[in-house]
Write a protein that binds this ligand. Structure first.
Ligand SMILES: *[C@@H]1O[C@H](CO)[C@@H](O)[C@H](O)[C@H]1NC(C)=O
Ligand SMILES: *[C@@H]1O[C@H](CO)[C@@H](O)[C@H](O)[C@H]1NC(C)=O
Ligand SMILES: *[C@@H]1O[C@H](CO)[C@@H](O)[C@H](O)[C@H]1NC(C)=O
Ligand SMILES: *[C@@H]1O[C@H](CO)[C@@H](O)[C@H](O)[C@H]1NC(C)=O
Length: 493
């Protein structure tokens, strides 16, 4: 597809590949990759949505480039700047067929400055402001896929960071290609029958706590362990992960993280012995909901949840989970769980959505019906290919609008720019899991790490925005910009 024409860009890429040295103490240390969600042995346990980084399913189109179709030369090119995500195999570029027409998807960075290259696609977890492709070319859209935890890259949780992008696919319902239900395969997943109460009563008699906690990623922005530790003072919690561990899973195989990251029936069966599962997301953002929420429901347990503040919007009915933040204290929450634990009739009301007609939330039903991608469903496209086609369609429409304007500039205006909004990734500053920031000592690891990390994300977004505004071409200048912003902010304190 003519990528060879731009081969000379390779030399430049060689230079760009050598990324800038880190600024003096400004850059976040030891986060991102290492702390990424997939590092949590238990969190991803039961099923994974089609992993963006793993093998991808069947592309939406039969896809093989059709030699001899001359028009391919003029197709818009979508360049996956995060090459590990390129959802085609084999080769570095592929013709894709979407609703409005065809595009060429590529991961060959040599096409970056090509006039036909209309969009760059980035993966949020990998996006580094210091390595952004500069200069930013006016004819190119930047598209962001970021379904993972915001803790992987807090740059995107700030206005200046998210507004660098034109098109988004995030966990937020407000993003251009929304993925809030990325961990929910479908209604049937929720409808699975719960184990009989007598069975669970028997486990309780054998010494099991009412509540399960299973978390191995301990130092997270949502600071969940601080809350759970407090809750444990008032009600027994069996904790099997590395965080606040007080119990061991029965078999070495189950303790093995390799088992935990597969859909293991034995593990599922074990977890379903518990009536309540503590389900706390690692970061708090609107619509950021993971398997921590859906898995207990699948197993017929009641999630005791803290995460997306708007989680109620997605629940099967209005009485299916317990929200931690509805209670004024861990003690009050403990009292309520204890009450339900002793009162089967009240407990069973939380599982009413499993009965015929029990799923009454029309918004949930409609959202599942409307989405075009599937979760672990070989018959449906995955959201990686889905978003790629969304970007293709958007660029084809933008090309048409530009052509229409060029043909009659007097009557048809220049197409409006399309810019991502903070609502596409709505993650406020992290707050303590329990108590107030003032009460927590300065040397607390959560306070030292996550508050800093969050605000550094803002600085980085502002630095890159300023560089783009000034038409900077050298990535290496990023650290100068960042230092300047950092100094300015601290002067104003
Ligand atoms: C919950 O749903 C039930 C039945 O659909 C309804 O009667 C009740 O008013 C609802 N409660 C709230 C708080 O919305
Ligand atoms: C893309 O977003 C930038 C802001 O980050 C904006 O300046 C530009 O006009 C937008 N481009 C398009 C094609 O919408
Ligand atoms: C934090 O500081 C206090 C007193 O200054 C000290 O007792 C404590 O051990 C420190 N904690 C950590 C985690 O360093
Ligand atoms: C950046 O380039 C654009 C387009 O070439 C130009 O209009 C603008 O004035 C430049 N900005 C700066 C700060 O040089």
């Amino acid at each position: 597809m003519g990528a060879g024409r731009t081969g000379s860009v390779l030399a430049v890429l060689g230079v760009l590949g050598v990324c800038a040295t880190r600024g003096p103490g400004l850059a976040a240390e030891g986060k991102a990759g290492g702390e990424a969600e997939w590092a949590e042995p238990w969190d991803g346990a039961v099923f994974r949505p089609p992993s963006a980084l793993g093998a991808v399913g069947v592309a939406r189109s039969p896809g093989a480039p059709r030699p001899g179709r001359e028009e391919a030369v003029d197709l818009p090119v979508l360049l996956w700047w995060s090459p590990g995500l390129f959802p085609h195999f084999p080769g570095d570029s592929e013709r894709i067929e979407c609703s409005r027409g065809a595009c060429v998807a590529s991961r060959d960075r040599r096409v970056r400055r090509d006039s036909r290259t209309r969009a760059l696609l980035f993966y949020g977890t990998d996006f580094r402001a210091a390595e952004a492709p500069l200069p930013r070319l006016a004819h190119q859209s930047w598209a962001l896929l970021h379904e993972e935890s915001p803790l992987n890259n807090f740059l995107l949780s700030h206005g200046p960071g998210i507004r660098l992008f034109n098109l988004t696919a995030t966990f937020s319902r407000y993003s251009d290609y929304p993925l809030p239900l990325q961990w929910l395969p479908g209604i049937a997943y929720l409808r699975r029958a719960a184990p009989p109460l007598e069975e669970r009563a028997e486990w309780r008699r054998r010494g099991y706590a009412p509540l399960l906690y299973l978390q191995s990623h301990c130092d997270v922005p949502a600071d969940r362990d601080r809350y759970v530790r407090e809750l444990m003072r008032y009600i027994p919690v069996d904790s099997y992960g590395k965080c606040l561990q007080n119990r061991e899973l029965p078999a070495p195989r189950l303790r093995d993280t390799a088992t935990a990251t597969t859909e293991d029936p034995e593990l599922l069966a074990f977890l379903s012995r518990y009536k309540f599962h503590l389900a706390l997301e690692n970061a708090i953002c609107d619509d950021y909901m993971t398997e921590k929420l859906w898995r207990p429901m699948h197993l017929g347990a009641v999630p005791v949840y803290r995460g997306s503040p708007s989680v109620r919007d997605w629940m099967p009915n209005n009485h299916s989970i317990i929200l931690i933040d509805d209670f004024e204290s861990p003690q009050k929450l403990a009292e309520f769980i204890d009450f339900l634990d002793k009162n089967d009739e009240e407990y069973m009301k939380y599982l009413a959505y499993k009965q015929p007609g029990g799923v009454t939330n029309q918004f949930l039903l409609a959202s599942l019906k409307q989405r075009e991608w599937g979760v672990n469903d070989p018959l449906l496209p995955n959201y990686l290919n889905g978003f790629e086609c969304f970007v293709c369609d958007h660029e084809l429409a933008r090309l048409d609008a530009e052509k229409a304007h060029a043909a009659s500039p007097g009557s048809i205006p220049v197409p409006e720019p399309h810019i991502a909004q903070p609502s596409h990734m709505d993650c406020p500053v992290p707050t303590p899991g329990f108590g107030s920031v003032e009460e927590i000592p300065e040397n607390d690891s959560w306070k030292e790490m996550w508050l800093q990390d969050y605000w550094q994300g803002l600085d980085q977004g502002e630095a890159l925005t300023a560089m783009i505004h000034n038409n900077e071409t050298l990535q290496g200048k990023f650290w100068d910009y960042l230092t300047e912003i950092f100094m300015k902010r601290n002067q104003n304190l």
